[in-house]
Design a protein around this ligand. Structure first.
Ligand SMILES: C[S@@+](CC[C@H](N)C(=O)[O-])C[C@H]1O[C@@H](n2cnc3c(N)ncnc32)[C@H](O)[C@@H]1O
Length: 294
């Protein structure tokens, strides 16, 4: 190998190649390579260059960053680099609020059509299935046949593949109560559990980049957008820009549910913040049409 990526960084912090990688990753995904993630990126690049037996860092970079020629390599690199940590019912207060919001929507008949819910940055699917279980239970508790669809999107192809299969290790199931486990999961052997087919049919997963692809529903707006632990990897101005876009994809009286650390002190026009300290939820005002969040 002509150069070791890791050595190059430690020897020269102005190393041009590395800056190009960092800038391109951020430009294409929104994710910032902060100093604590630099080593992971350097090791990853070094491993790939070795695996491909490439003698030339220049050539590898040109090929991998070429939008057309490098699509597969780029997607694999991004898959290895992104933080995809997730779990079922990861933030219980947010899920509890979703239950209340769905209950109220059913009681007040404020939404006449099936509920459309978007889990953005859904990783391997636990969040989207948790939403499905929560909505299903809330509707049934009101004596209503479940009428909803959930769309999970993520930039990672590998994560979306996993999400579609809906198979999870025993260790992932520890947070799930017994009754929920038996109602919505089947044991499939070797300590694995699969989301039951009825629930899987409700949830559709797509590989999609929020920076370039927008909403997965083209002709209709979402009733609930749930976006947690994704924007924290983006710069603040980028977070605001994306949240502004999301608000345009939300139906009147729809709910935007962010993670607590996603963006603090955000006072959007056309939205009312839910006054509950342990969640960050906003309800879109009835009269706002195509309003830009500020
Ligand atoms: C830490 S996980 C959070 C998963 C889940 N939302 C949760 O809270 O448990 C962040 C996810 O955001 C995804 N992501 C990062 N940048 C993205 C982008 N530009 N478009 C769509 N998804 C993205 C990553 O692939 C990753 O799966």
């Amino acid at each position: 190998m002509a150069n070791s990526m890791e050595n190059a960084i430690s020897q020269n912090s102005d190393f041009g190649y590395f800056d190009v990688w960092k800038a391109t990753i951020e430009e294409r995904t929104g994710v910032q390579i902060t100093p604590d993630r630099e080593r992971a990126l350097a090791l990853l690049l070094e491993r790939r260059i070795k695996e491909l037996d490439s003698q030339d860092i220049d050539q590898y970079m040109n090929d991998a960053l070429d939008i057309a020629k490098g699509a597969q390599e780029w997607s694999d690199l991004i898959d290895s680099l992104l933080v995809k940590e997730t779990s079922f019912f990861r933030h219980q207060p947010s899920m509890d609020y979703v239950k209340t919001w769905v209950r109220d929507a059913v009681r007040e008949k404020s939404i006449s059509e099936p509920l459309w819910i978007w889990s953005l940055g859904c990783s391997t699917g636990e969040e989207a299935y948790s939403l499905a279980i929560t909505v299903e239970q809330a509707m049934k508790a009101e004596g209503q046949e479940p009428r909803y669809g959930i769309i999970g999107t993520d930039i990672s192809r590998e994560a979306v593949f996993h999400a579609r299969r809906g198979i999870y290790r025993e260790s992932k199931m520890a947070v799930i109560d017994k009754p929920i486990n038996s109602a919505y999961f089947d044991p499939v052997g070797s300590g694995l559990w699969r989301v039951k087919a009825d629930l899987r049919r409700r949830v559709c997963f797509l590989t999609s980049n929020i920076l370039t692809d927008g909403s997965p529903l083209v002709r209709r707006k979402m009733h609930l957008i749930y976006c947690q632990n994704m924007l924290v990897y983006f710069r603040r101005w980028k977070r605001r820009e994306i949240i502004g876009q999301l608000s345009n994809h939300l139906d009147n009286q729809g709910c935007l549910m962010l993670g607590l650390g996603e963006l603090s002190n955000w006072l959007p026009s056309g939205f009312t913040r839910v006054t509950q300290r342990n969640i960050q939820a906003y309800i879109k005002d009835k009269t706002v049409e195509q309003g830009e969040a500020r």
